[in-house]
Design a binder for this molecule. Structure first.
Ligand code: ADP
Ligand code: MG
Length: 339
């Protein structure tokens, strides 16, 4: 692992900057992505009051070295890139070095962290961007990030938060995407002390889908596996009978990232068209692996719209794969009797 260092101005100017802390779900996203980047295989996320009062993310990743802890909270400080060119072959989810500094500026934050080769860990408290405490403590390997009272010092931003229930809903939606995109990591998600989701990390996508969507959906899925021109796609697509009236059922991941894509939306829609009524959308959960340079990670951090270099190839691969899977089965539409 590289040392944490502040990026030079030239690099800062070239990476798309953006405010990453909008609501509890965005804090959870940043903290979990850091845990994944740290190589964690088990991550626990706990929230209280929709995450406004309390967010705790615990991981078993590499930890942060004692002397490096305060550095991690500086603006534009990162261990993931050193210069702009590194973006071309980036494999981490983060690289801007903005999240911890932004979150700690608007909350009461505490980190406990220990690297594998250190004898003791560190507890560091920072509130509203001000360092409050730095002490050695006994701790397991890995990192715990605790964020209390988000926007406590910026009432204008706190005003834009919705109810705790709505905010918790955003976090839950994100946790589901996360579990579906990282089947190799065990996630535990707790809301007000209750476990809402617990995945095994056994790499079985179907198990994760079952845990989130239940039996009725899982038994109507078709497995797909496709490879062409450096694009490989794996996952499950739903039979037309389980289609829904909105797109919340469409999940796709490019190289492990949850993204939105008009091209993929269109390819899926066109492939299902012969089997589906208008304004119905299918269940899909598809993992794409495309060479690193094919996807641009440097779009605005909160935008998930992805740009493909070769849109046509991605469109065709998706369309052909779905068409083939659906036509293999006999798709007799289910007749529902009116009550
Ligand atoms: P970025 O992720 O863009 O590098 P962050 O502000 O999110 O910026 O984090 C700053 C740095 O702190 C990271 O580059 C990493 O070195 C370290 N860090 C943050 N969270 C963790 C974690 N959970 N485990 C280990 N290191 C971490
Ligand atoms: Mg980060």
């Amino acid at each position: 692992m590289r040392k944490i260092a502040v990026l030079d101005q030239n690099t800062i100017d070239k990476i798309a900057a953006g405010e990453v802390v909008e609501r509890p779900a965005s804090v959870v996203k940043e903290l979990v992505e850091n845990a994944i980047d740290a190589g964690a295989t088990a991550i626990t996320v706990e929230i209280k009051e929709g995450g406004i009062a309390f967010i705790r993310v615990t991981d078993n990743g590499g930890g942060i070295e004692k002397e490096q802890v305060p550095l991690a909270f500086l603006r534009h400080a990162t261990s993931k890139i050193e210069r702009v060119e590194d973006l071309l072959q980036i494999s981490s989810l983060g690289f801007r070095g903005e999240a911890l500094s932004s979150i700690s500026a608007v909350s009461q934050m505490e980190v406990i962290t220990k690297t594998g080769d250190a004898l003791t860990g560190v507890r560091y408290v920072i509130e509203g961007g001000r360092e409050k405490l730095f002490e050695e403590v006994g701790a397991p390997n890995g990192t715990t990030m605790l964020v209390r009272n988000l926007f406590f010092n910026t009432p204008a931003r706190a005003k834009f938060l919705k109810t705790a229930m709505t905010e918790a809903g955003y976090v839950s939606g994100y946790m589901e995407q996360l579990a579906l995109s990282h089947q190799d990591i065990s996630f535990k998600y707790m809301v007000n002390g209750q476990t809402k989701l617990h995945t095994s990390g056994n790499s079985n996508l179907k198990d994760v889908i079952y845990g989130i969507y239940g039996r009725d959906i899982t038994r109507e899925l078709l497995p797909v596996s496709f490879e062409r021109l450096g694009i490989s796609i794996e996952g499950f697509i739903g039979k037309p009978v389980i289609a829904r009236g909105n797109r919340n059922f469409e999940n796709y991941y490019i190289n492990g990232r949850y993204v939105k894509s008009k091209i993929l939306m269109k390819a899926i829609e066109e492939a299902y068209k012969p089997y589906m009524m208008q304004h119905k959308y299918p269940f899909v959960c598809l993992h794409y692996e495309i060479q690193g340079e094919e996807i641009d990670v440097n779009v605005h951090p909160t935008k998930m719209e992805v740009r493909f270099q070769n849109q046509g190839a991605v469109y065709n691969a998706t369309y052909d794969m779905i068409t083939e899977a659906l036509s293999k089965r006999e798709m007799i539409p289910e007749v529902k009797l009116e009550k």
